[in-house]
Design a protein. Structure first.
Length: 308
């Protein structure tokens, strides 16, 4: 997963106001969504949690172990988000929770009708190639991912808005939830197209462009060549790519190169400069700055501490 960006800490519930020590809940109801803040203050295992609506969860502090979708359990830590469809039960372990080190997690449950309207909006205004693009919908290809700066900023804002006494908070929340949904859907869409492009590069213009990027990831990828592959002018290409995926072509290329870099850094015989060059970065200093801004550590530190 990409580097983490952490949401702002939320004040813990005073001990005298705790209703329970495992998944103590504070709830803020709005017109189209419900913000829940859960805290756990003692170890617990196999705790079930189910929402009637689609839910976006983000860890604020502590650690959980999630059992979801009949897949292997995974650690859930701050800077990460998990999205879950309606009526899907999450089973959660709290292996480290104590009174002095509680877990805290935000869960934003969003009305199904509201999601439907957002998807209709995407299908109407963000399908620039109707002959190629399928209807926008959540596939849950990436139900667990690290927060990027935009998603982190939106979650921070929604937590402030939903918990505020402002009489206009429904209006502000409406705008924030819609943007958050669109960014998550775009990210999910990108993951699906990237996965499909590995086996079927000719399904659409999107598949063709992403397949070309992956085939030439370690080379100098010219934007003009990408525009030519997409049969679009430079300005239209940038607009089209960002509408579909929420990021620029360069951001996507750098993201994929950094994924490769983390794999290569597992070989401690390779220097940072060598890894940068093998990933298509001709400027080692730029590679180091980009890696540090995305992963939170330099490539050298990652190789020493993280790569095992």
């Amino acid at each position: 997963m990409a580097g983490k960006h952490y949401v702002q800490p939320v004040a813990l519930t005073p001990h005298k106001h705790l209703q329970q020590l495992v998944e103590n809940r504070r709830v803020f109801n709005l017109k189209n969504c419900e913000l829940n803040i859960y805290e756990s203050y003692e170890q617990a295992w196999r705790v079930p949690l189910t929402f009637n609506n689609f839910v976006i969860t983000t860890m604020v502090q502590g650690k959980k172990v999630m059992h979801l979708f009949d897949q292997p359990a995974f650690d859930y830590r701050p800077g990460e988000t998990v999205i879950v469809p309606a009526n899907e039960t999450m089973v959660i372990d709290f292996p480290e929770a104590t009174m002095n080190n509680p877990t805290q997690c935000m869960a934003l449950a969003v009305d199904a009708g509201y999601i439907g309207k957002t998807l209709d909006y995407l299908n109407e205004y963000h399908n620039s190639e109707r002959t190629e693009t399928k209807d926008w919908h959540l596939q849950f290809n990436q139900h667990h991912f690290n927060n990027d700066p935009d998603i982190t900023a939106l979650i921070d804002k929604l937590m402030r808005v939903c918990s505020s006494p402002d009489r206009a908070r429904d209006i502000y929340a409406d705008l924030g939830v819609k943007e958050l949904l669109i960014r998550i859907i775009q990210q999910d869409h990108l993951g699906l197209i990237a996965q499909e492009s590995n086996t079927n590069s000719n399904s659409s213009r999107l598949h063709y462009v992403l397949h070309y990027i992956h085939e030439h990831l370690t080379e100098n990828i010219s934007v003009d060549v990408l525009c030519h592959k997409a049969c679009l002018s430079r300005n239209v290409f940038f607009k089209w790519f960002r509408e579909q995926f929420g990021i620029t072509p360069l951001q996507y290329i750098n993201r994929e190169r950094l994924k490769l870099a983390k794999q290569l850094l597992a070989d401690r015989n390779k220097t940072v400069s060598e890894v940068g060059l093998l990933c298509g970065f001709n400027d080692t200093n730029y590679f180091i700055r980009l890696f540090r801004s995305t992963e939170g550590v330099t490539p050298g530190t990652y190789q020493l501490v993280c790569a095992k």
